[in-house]
Design a protein around this ligand. Structure first.
Ligand code: F6R
Length: 254
């Protein structure tokens, strides 16, 4: 695992976008795994500045709420359309989000898992981390080999995501999420984190025990993980293996 520590949130975006851009340049038909929430927004902003030809890129989102009406601005289908597909110039037909409005969400989840496999698997999966250690919406207790499925959102996750909704009760109680086993099949995992509120959980996930109580700790088992954190989020990491970088020292800044 390589851990890059950069000064601030904008720099997490610059460094992570540089990694993604290198993947797309070397493989124009790359399959990207994309995350929603606040953590990846600086990444998409920085990646847009690379002005890459993204026409051959395929993308799969990590998760989606169950039960939001089609076109709801906070559905991840809409967030991905705004922040990823339009911003980066992807072909909408090559961008997939789990179908949270399906009559049979369990079947939709299984179909989604199969679609990722059919696409040849994910080359690089962008991830954020929740305050309780979730990645995608794999809440604490998720099986480390779980597949894409319907899950209940933890109260803490619904509280954190209430900032995007008119009231906390409007946050859906369920989601479809890629499983931890599904995520672990991606060839490269790229975790981004910024802000002091992520410091405790980032240290627990990367340098604590590997346990289902902290789902992100499963990353410790993956052969190719890159973490890009700002100084605030990295504050509790032990120094071993942590590389402080200045953006201007990396080959990836734009
Ligand atoms: C989003 C997702 C979640 C978020 C996590 C952190 O697709 O899968 O795991 O990455 O909840 O959210 P932020 O970045 O808003 O702190």
């Amino acid at each position: 695992m390589e851990i890059f520590v950069v000064p601030d949130a904008a720099a997490t975006g610059t460094v992570a976008a540089g990694i993604l851009a290198a993947v797309v340049r070397s493989k124009p038909d790359a399959v990207l795994g994309v995350a929603t929430g606040g953590s990846p927004l600086p990444v998409y902003a920085a990646l847009a500045r690379h002005r890459l030809d993204m026409s051959g890129v395929r993308a799969f989102a990590l998760d989606e709420y169950v039960g939001l009406p089609s076109g709801h601005p906070q559905s991840y289908a809409e967030v991905v359309r705004r922040e990823v597909t339009e911003r980066l110039g992807l072909d909408p037909a090559r961008v997939s989000v789990p179908d949270g409005g399906a009559l049979d969400p369990q079947q939709a989840a299984a179909d989604y898992d199969a679609a990722i496999s059919r696409a040849g698997g994910i080359d690089v999966q962008l991830l954020g981390i929740g305050h309780n250690g979730h990645i995608a919406f794999n809440e604490p207790g998720s099986a480390l080999d779980s597949r894409t499925r319907v899950e209940n959102l933890a109260d803490r996750t619904r509280e954190a995501n209430a900032r995007y909704f008119a009231s906390p009760e409007d946050v859906p109680a369920q989601c479809i999420t890629q499983g931890l086993g599904t995520i672990m099949e991606a060839r490269h995992l790229l975790l981004v984190a910024h802000g002091a509120d992520k410091a405790d959980i980032l240290a627990a996930a990367l340098q604590g025990c590997l346990t289902a109580d902290c789902p992100a700790s499963v990353l410790q088992r993956h052969p190719h993980v890159t973490v890009v954190a700002d100084e605030a989020a990295a504050a509790n990491l032990r120094p071993g293996g942590v590389v402080a970088v200045r953006v201007e020292d990396t080959a990836v800044g734009v």
